[in-house]
Design a protein around this ligand. Structure first.
Ligand SMILES: *[C@@H]1O[C@H](CO)[C@@H](O)[C@H](O)[C@H]1NC(C)=O
Ligand SMILES: *[C@@H]1O[C@H](CO)[C@@H](O)[C@H](O)[C@H]1NC(C)=O
Length: 281
C-alpha cells in the first residue's frame, strides 16, 4: 500500500516537472563511449511560454558548446584539453553535440544547461556520466601449449588478450584453481593502438607433477575492470602421457603375442609332422 502511494506520489512529481514552463525533458549521454568513434550527446527541452536564451554543454566544469539563437553564429564550440568537439546542431526543442572521447579510460560528467530569456533567466540543468571504454571483441589466445606432456615436465604458456581500453588483466587457472602470479609473471601491455587500446599478455609456468595422470585443464581469463567487469576466456586441455604404465603394457602385450604365435606355429609344424608320419605309415 505504502509502495503504491509512493509510486503515485513520484508520478505526480514527474508530471509536475514535465508540465512546468521550461525543462530538460530528456538528456541522452551514452553510458560508454568507444575512444575510436565520436559520441553523440543530445539534450531535449521544452520552453512553453518562456523564450529560449541559450543552451550550453559542459564536460565536468568546462564549457564545450554554446547555442545562442540571437547571436551570429548561433553555435560556438570549445575544444578543451582531452576532448575534441567535432560538431553541434540545434532544433527548436533539442541540441546535439558530437565529441571525440579522449584515448584514456575516463569517466566524465556531461551537463546540459538551458536558460530562458531575461529578465528572469531561469535555468534548467541535467547531468549524466560517460565512461570511455573499448570492450575486447575476441577471446584471448593461449600459445605454447602442446597436446601431450609427460609427468615432471615444465612448459611456459603465453596468454594474450584482444585490444581494449582500459587494458585487460590476465588471470590463469589450472583445473579451476587460481594461479597466483610469480614476481616475474606480471601482466605486460603492448604499445597503444589508435584510441589508446592495448593488448595484455602474461606468461604461466606450468609444471606437471611427477605423479600426474589424465588431463590438465588450463584457462586464461582476460578481465576488463569496468562496471560491470567484462570477462573473456580461453581454455586448453593437456593430456598427461605417463611414460611407465601404458608403454610397458603395450610392449609387454606385443611380446606375449609374439611368443604365443611362435608356440602356435611350432605346434602346427609338430602336428603336421605327426600326421604325415601317420599317413606315410
Ligand atoms: C578543435 O580541434 C580540432 C583538431 O585539432 C579542430 O579541427 C577543430 O577545428 C577545433 N575546434 C574548435 C572549435 O576550435
Ligand atoms: C607473448 O605473446 C605476445 C603476443 O601474442 C608477445 O608480444 C610476447 O612477446 C610474448 N611473450 C613471451 C614471453 O613469449
Amino acid at each position: 500500500m505504502m509502495e503504491i502511494i509512493k509510486m503515485k506520489f513520484s508520478a505526480l512529481i514527474a508530471l509536475c516537472a514535465i508540465t512546468s514552463a521550461y525543462d530538460i525533458t530528456q538528456l541522452k549521454v551514452p553510458l560508454y563511449a568507444d575512444p575510436r568513434r565520436a559520441a553523440e550527446l543530445s539534450c531535449h527541452f521544452q520552453m512553453d511560454d518562456e523564450k529560449l536564451h541559450s543552451v550550453k554543454w559542459y564536460r565536468d566544469m568546462n564549457e564545450i558548446f554554446r547555442y545562442n539563437p540571437s547571436q551570429k553564429p548561433p553555435i560556438r564550440l570549445f575544444n578543451i584539453t582531452d576532448i575534441m568537439v567535432q560538431g553541434g546542431k540545434c532544433e527548436v526543442d533539442s541540441c546535439m553535440v558530437r565529441v571525440m572521447p579522449p584515448p584514456i579510460a575516463t569517466r566524465a560528467a556531461y551537463t546540459c544547461e538551458v536558460s530562458t530569456e531575461g529578465p528572469k533567466f531561469f535555468i534548467a540543468r541535467k547531468t549524466k556520466h560517460m565512461t570511455v571504454v573499448a570492450i575486447p571483441e575476441m577471446d584471448p589466445v593461449i600459445i605454447g601449449a602442446p597436446k601431450v606432456l609427460k609427468p615432471g615436465e615444465q612448459i611456459f604458456l603465453n596468454c594474450t588478450s584482444d585490444y581494449s581500453l582500459p587494458p585487460s588483466d590476465i588471470n590463469w587457472y589450472i583445473d579451476d584453481e587460481f594461479q597466483k602470479p610469480e614476481a616475474w609473471q606480471r601482466t605486460e601491455q603492448s604499445a597503444p593502438q589508435p584510441g589508446g587500446l592495448r593488448r595484455s599478455w602474461r606468461v604461466l609456468r606450468l609444471r606437471v607433477p611427477p605423479t600426474a595422470s589424465g588431463t590438465i585443464r588450463v584457462r586464461c581469463e582476460a578481465i576488463l575492470l569496468v562496471e560491470p567487469p567484462v570477462v573473456r576466456d580461453a581454455n586448453i586441455i593437456i593430456t598427461i602421457h605417463s611414460r611407465t604404465q601404458p608403454s610397458k603394457y603395450v610392449s609387454n602385450s606385443v611380446g606375449t603375442n609374439k611368443y604365443l604365435n611362435e608356440v602356435l606355429l611350432l605346434t602346427i609344424i609338430w602336428t603336421i609332422k605327426h600326421i604325415l608320419r601317420f599317413v606315410l605309415i
